[in-house]
Design a protein around this ligand. Structure first.
Ligand code: GLC
Ligand code: CA
Length: 571
């Protein structure tokens, strides 16, 4: 990949493409043209007063979802689970989590979505199961059990296993000694999430059957959780010291991953018109293309983590880095393959707090500006529930308010090892995953109208200001702007298929780019700062016409107000 300076220079000096063709009908796909709405079921709408969002709650809000203009809903896991990791620990792949309802509720949900022409994408969590899954209960019961090879075991008489780092374990140790059979099992995530053994063809066939079960019900795709980790080198080589700092390189894209995907594609995916998206895209350009290249017969698209590393662990972030990452990923997929565009999800803080500012008086402008970015880039946009209202981080003061296993276990670890828990709590206010998981604010009544009971995770107290009912009534709200943006995207294929061209690349405050399709051009200008900032747009502004702006009196110009966003049509 080009170094930053070269990349910026290259894109600034290259002429803007003049006649990017509309792809032929075979290359145009519904999942490229769609806008995805990611919904965290636990926090969307509680229907029965137990404080936990549920399927009936979602059903009751489908008209709201439809009104946004989105096409696809991705639901975080709703399968039976003891909830160590909020459903990412599945005990039964063919049952619905009790907290969420029944299979009958699911069938109604799917039917009601399809009636409204909304598609449903489910999370597919097959790197690991719950330790309460029947497969694991069998597997751990004896070394001779037929399910033994469903998981990775290391018999203790061989000594301690080659070290493997764990994302969530209190000791960061991915091997756990299990006394019944005096063997260690592998868990990249928590101890309650043992990793499946993909080398076992029986496991793969079980998973494919399970996938068909859901696809035959009529779901429209899968988001494949932690999929780049499923393939492991089971000779268990030693990794160099400090490898956990570069974990994707060591855990991602293991041996046979592409064989598994090709097999899955042949046996399952290719038989349905669905959308498939992998979490993670490896660590190199080739990795990414190998997953989603149209000639590869593997997946439709991937989402990469690189942008989430921009500014990680530091206050603020460098907009030039941010531009570089997005421009790089656009370049990778400019000729073939497809990418997802996102600014937040259930593993991240709220995009508003992370990439902008949730403080008054700017938060509304800023939420609109960030949504403008999300919905005018090339790639399939993933809007995260609540970002259409401009939700922000909750910033818990005490560990008792957190529910996320990642935060809780890290805290335990620091406490046990004499680490600095105060500075950890401070940094979780910025980065903790629960910031992005608080209940959806429906209105200004108690608990934001999310539940009549006690919410499982505290409602952000700013709900009196930021809630759907209030924004519905205010034509200048983030919500109304979000709908306008989606209408704009849908009304012009330039936003989906147009080329992307960075301009004024070195500007550390304003992000500007041109999208071009069949000679038509749109210029997007975004001020990422909470103060006035200049864009060097030169002649580009000549004859420019406003399509959308986030200030009441928006007009084409190159000195932007705080968090100002302009979408301009060029002659
Ligand atoms: C993925 C999910 C995350 C989960 C982890 C383990 O990264 O997005 O929420 O904790 O996998 O399943
Ligand atoms: Ca409930």
């Amino acid at each position: 990949m080009l170094p930053l300076a070269l990349l910026m220079l290259a894109s600034c000096n290259n002429p803007v493409p003049q006649n990017t063709p509309l792809p032929d009908s075979a290359s145009r796909k519904w999942w490229k043209e769609a806008v995805v709405y990611q919904l965290y079921p636990r926090s969307f709408k509680d229907n029965n007063g137990d404080g936990i969002g549920d399927l009936k709650g979602i059903i009751s809000k489908l008209d709201y979802i439809k009104s946004l203009g989105v096409d696809v809903v991705w639901l975080n896991p709703i399968y039976a689970s003891p909830n160590t990791d909020n459903g990412y620990d599945i005990s039964d792949y063919r049952a619905i989590m009790k907290d969420f309802g029944t299979m009958a509720d699911f069938d109604t949900l799917l039917k009601e979505m399809h009636v409204r022409h909304l598609k449903l994408v489910m999370d597919l969590v097959v790197n690991h199961t719950s330790d309460q899954n029947e497969w694991f209960l069998q597997s751990r019961s004896s070394r001779e059990n037929p399910y033994r090879n469903y998981y990775h075991w290391w018999n203790a008489e061989r000594g301690t296993p080659t070290p493997r780092w764990s994302f969530f374990d209190v000791n960061s140790d991915a091997w756990k000694l299990d006394t019944p059979t005096n063997s260690y099992y592998l868990h990249y995530f928590s101890r309650q999430q043992p990793d499946l053994n993909w080398e076992n063809p029986v496991v793969r066939q079980e998973i494919y059957k399970m996938m068909k079960y859901w696809l035959d019900k009529g779901i429209d795709g899968f988001r494949m959780d932690a999929f780049q980790f499923v393939a492991k080198d089971t000779t268990w080589p030693e990794f160099p010291k400090g490898y956990e700092q570069d974990i994707i390189k060591y855990y991602g894209m293991g041996p046979h991953l592409h064989d598994y995907l090709k097999e899955m594609n042949k046996d399952v995916l290719s038989k349905y018109d669905i959308m498939t998206v992998a979490e993670g895209a490896g660590s190199t350009l080739d990795d990414a293309m190998d997953l989603v290249g149209p000639d590869r017969n593997e997946l439709n698209m991937a989402y990469h983590f690189e942008v989430m590393d921009v500014g990680k662990g530091k206050p603020g972030y460098d907009l030039l880095e941010f531009k570089k990452v997005y421009s790089k990923w656009d370049t990778i997929f400019s000729q073939k393959g497809w990418v997802s565009v996102f600014l937040g999800n259930h593993d991240q803080p709220r995009m508003l707090s992370h990439w902008g500012s949730d403080s008054l008086p700017f938060r509304g402008y800023c939420a609109k500006m960030l949504n403008t970015f999300l919905l005018t880039m090339r790639g399939t946009p993933y809007a995260y529930y609540g970002d259409e209202l401009g939700m922000g981080n909750i910033r818990f003061e005490t560990i008792d308010d957190y529910r996320d296993v990642a935060t809780l276990n890290k805290y335990q670890h620091l406490k046990a090892t004499g680490g600095n828990v105060d500075s950890f709590l401070e940094s979780e206010k910025r980065f903790g995953r629960d910031n992005g998981r608080t209940p959806f604010p429906w209105d200004s009544s108690a608990n934001a109208g999310f539940t009549s009971g006690t919410p499982w995770l505290k409602v952000n107290p700013d709900y009196t200001l930021v809630n759907a009912a209030h924004e519905e009534k205010d034509s200048a709200s983030v919500l109304h702007y979000f709908r306008k943006l989606i209408r704009l995207r849908k009304s012009n294929p330039i936003f989906v298929y147009g080329s992307y061209h960075l301009i004024d690349g070195y500007n550390p405050e304003v992000y500007s780019y041109i999208r071009e399709l069949q000679g038509k051009k749109v210029l997007v200008v975004l001020n990422f700062r909470d103060h006035q900032a200049a864009a060097n747009l030169g002649d580009y502004l000549k004859g420019a016409k406003l399509l959308l702006g986030n200030y009441p009196d928006s007009a084409p110009k190159d000195v932007l107000r705080p968090f100002e966003a302009l979408v301009l049509e060029l002659p």
